[in-house]
Design a protein around this ligand. Structure first.
Ligand SMILES: Cc1cc2nc3c(=O)[nH]c(=O)nc-3n(C[C@H](O)[C@H](O)[C@H](O)COP(=O)(O)OP(=O)(O)OC[C@H]3O[C@@H](n4cnc5c(N)ncnc54)[C@H](O)[C@@H]3O)c2cc1C
Length: 392
């Protein structure tokens, strides 16, 4: 069997490596003209995502300059410590969730896939595909085509594969948040080893961590009642706007923004709560293409990796692609939709009016103590893939 994988982000190379381990050959077709190793900011690869990668013998943490991030500490804008939440659970060997720059994660996965003999083709933007008697033919915007037995859409939140598979699939939904972020340095600021800090500011939400090297990773989430245009985001003077938004909060926030090194990136936060069609005929979707999540739960990359490994297992163990795709959907739909919904809920709590703020600052310390132990989110983080187990 030969698979065409559309998209060489996080899910694409993972899919290719998992298929290889299942004895199925594939080629990755990526729209970018050359490898794009510096796209995106940083993200969480949660313990469940690391577990999925381990099922195919990939260890990204050290190679992608990832660093352990087992703890999250919450603060009010005025500097009151609201409590602590575990970011994932420890795997049996002690491994915990790691923070990585997205581009480096993508680079390490690609390099690992290529070193295992997987072919990448660049400048291959999927335009269309057609189902033929013995499989599927992909058509790319450069006029070329490729034939395979199956096609897997790993082409992200604005997936072209999804649009062709189900023309009625809804557009990604705006979550009401704009994400802004970058890197910074503030002389004298101590490393926050193992801990990411989150501040519920009066007007916006702020997150940061300080590496041993002094480099600060930071982001802000701003509520927006209506969906801004991409042009308006690009035209915004973010340093000025953020400085105003956080003027009444912990002064450290504006020190971090002032110490910015490099550009400030801004993007609209979208998600896809549900997709009616996950597969049809020889085509299936994985990752953001079928269940994009907002970043609040830190699960986008991890879910794409889980999907890839589970789908490869199903293709290995079931007699034909149709039954493999059905088994894959039945194993993945409920979990991924639950995580997308959970992440959206976390996002809505990031900004609050004055009354809700007082209530939150009073209640959150109690709630976090009672509900936020390492086991409280075990349903999300302890997902384990046993590669040897049969998916049949
Ligand atoms: C540029 C970028 C920046 C991001 N930044 C962050 C971040 O800072 N924090 C965070 O938490 N998450 C970020 N994400 C999302 C996060 O990477 C995903 O949730 C996660 O990687 C899911 O993996 P995926 O493989 O499903 O999709 P992605 O990793 O998004 O990969 C999709 C790939 O498909 C390619 N592609 C798209 N359309 C086509 C087409 N028609 N034909 C061929 N190839 C196509 C894209 O170029 C991309 O390489 C970012 C995603 C992107 C694309």
């Amino acid at each position: 069997m030969k698979a065409l994988i559309i998209g060489g982000g996080v899910g694409g190379p993972t899919m290719a490596m998992a298929l290889r381990q299942a004895g199925i050959e594939s080629v990755v077709y990526e729209a970018y003209e050359t490898p794009s190793d510096y796209t995106g900011l940083f993200l969480n690869t949660a313990s469940n995502g690391l577990d999925a990668l381990r099922a195919i013998g990939v260890d990204v943490a050290g190679r992608a300059d990832g660093f352990p991030m087992p703890r999250m500490v919450m603060w009010s804008g005025s500097g009151k410590r609201l409590g602590e939440v575990a970011n994932g659970v420890r795997l049996p060997d002690g491994t915990v969730s790691v923070c990585v720059k997205r581009g480096l994660l993508q680079k390490v996965l690609r390099e690992e896939a290529v070193s295992r003999g997987i072919r990448y083709e660049y400048g291959k933007r999927l335009e269309s595909y057609r189902t033929v008697a013995d499989g599927v033919v992909a058509e790319f915007s450069d006029g070329s085509t490729a034939a395979g037995d199956i096609l897997i859409g790993a082409d992200g939140i604005h997936s072209r594969t999804r649009r062709i598979l189900d023309p009625a699939s809804p557009e990604p939904s705006f979550t009401g948040l704009v994400g802004v972020g970058g890197y910074s340095r503030v002389p004298g600021l101590a490393p926050t080893t193992g801990t990411q800090h989150f501040v519920f500011g009066r007007k916006a939400f702020f997150g940061y961590l300080v590496r041993e090297s002094g480099e600060i990773y930071w982001f802000a989430n701003i509520h927006s009642a209506t969906e801004p245009t991409r042009e308006s985001l690009a035209a915004e003077d973010w340093k000025r706007r953020l400085t105003e938004l956080f003027a009444d909060d912990l002064p450290l926030i504006n020190q971090i923004i002032a110490g910015g090194a490099g550009p400030i990136g801004a993007h609209l936060v979208h998600d896809i709560p549900t997709s009616a069609v996950w597969h049809r005929g020889p085509v299936a979707l994985i990752g953001d293409a079928v269940h994009a999540t907002s970043p609040s739960a830190g699960q986008g990359a991890s879910m794409a990796c889980e999907d890839a490994v589970v789908l490869a297992q199903c293709l290995r163990d079931l007699p034909d692609p149709a039954s493999a795709f059905a088994a894959y959907e039945s194993r993945r739909r409920e979990r991924t939709e639950k995580i997308v919904a959970y992440s959206r809920k976390l996002g809505t709590g990031k900004t609050a009016g004055p009354v809700a703020r007082v209530f939150r600052d009073l209640m959150m310390p109690v709630a976090l103590k009672v509900f936020a132990g390492e086991r409280s989110h075990a349903w999300m983080y302890t997902h384990h893939i046993d590669w040897e187990a049969s998916a049949a």
